[in-house]
Design a protein around this ligand. Sequence first.
Ligand code: ATP
Ligand code: MG
Length: 239
Amino acid sequence: MTEAPAILTLTAAVTGYGKKQVLFGVNLAAKAGKITAVIGPNGAGKSTVLKVAHGLLPLWSGTATYDGAPLNGSTPADRVRRGITFCPQGNRVFGELTVRENLDLGGSHLPAKEVAARVAAVLEVFPQLPPRLKQVAGTLSGGEQQMVSIARALVSKPKLLMLDEPSLGLSPNILKDVFEKIVEVNRIQGMTILIVEQKVRKVLTIADHVYSLKLGKVAFSGPPAELISNTDVLRRLFL
Ligand SMILES: Nc1ncnc2c1ncn2[C@@H]1O[C@H](COP(=O)(O)OP(=O)(O)OP(=O)(O)O)[C@@H](O)[C@H]1O
Ligand SMILES: [Mg+2]
């Protein structure tokens, strides 16, 4: 079996906020068609990794590449056009807009005809949403808003979907649904997923590869089975 190529790579990535350094030489790859998980304690730098990958935060040193070409300097909008989409932590929907308007925004870089076709395709994956298209998104439940947020990301037809804590605030039932959708778009559409999650046990069941960050460094990189079968290692990563 040949190894899947990396669609996104960070090499010796160093960055931070103001003068505060947060990432200290992170090496990470998201392989094409795979689910890559990033876990680790609060403040380890997980969201920062995704912000770098989406161009919301510049690297101080190191490199980021996508599809074999450097990303350094390209804006978030450029990256969306190139197939990278990011669902930020806790940032769900445009509350004043309807569900339909929220979904349309996912395709704002595409011709209108294509957007309509993309929205229709995505609605087939989320049967909860068609009855709510005219509802103002701010009045949806937290779980429904999370669905809209992921659905909106899918409308852009990303090659690489980056999700920051999609489980945040979801009840176990809805959480199960959201994880099933993530696996579905990965398996059926072959979409590459880079997911940051606090629900560690849960994300280990769907990931192909896992990175654990600690104090801005990669403390573990390997298959999830190594952590599932070794609770001591898992515990140490979170100390
Ligand atoms: N905009 C910002 N300005 C200053 N410091 C920030 C900013 N965003 C994050 N940080 C700091 O950078 C560090 C890493 O933050 P990051 O959000 O990447 O952590 P995380 O691993 O995603 O944590 P969590 O699990 O709590 O979401 C933290 O110490 C945080 O306080
Ligand atoms: Mg975070």
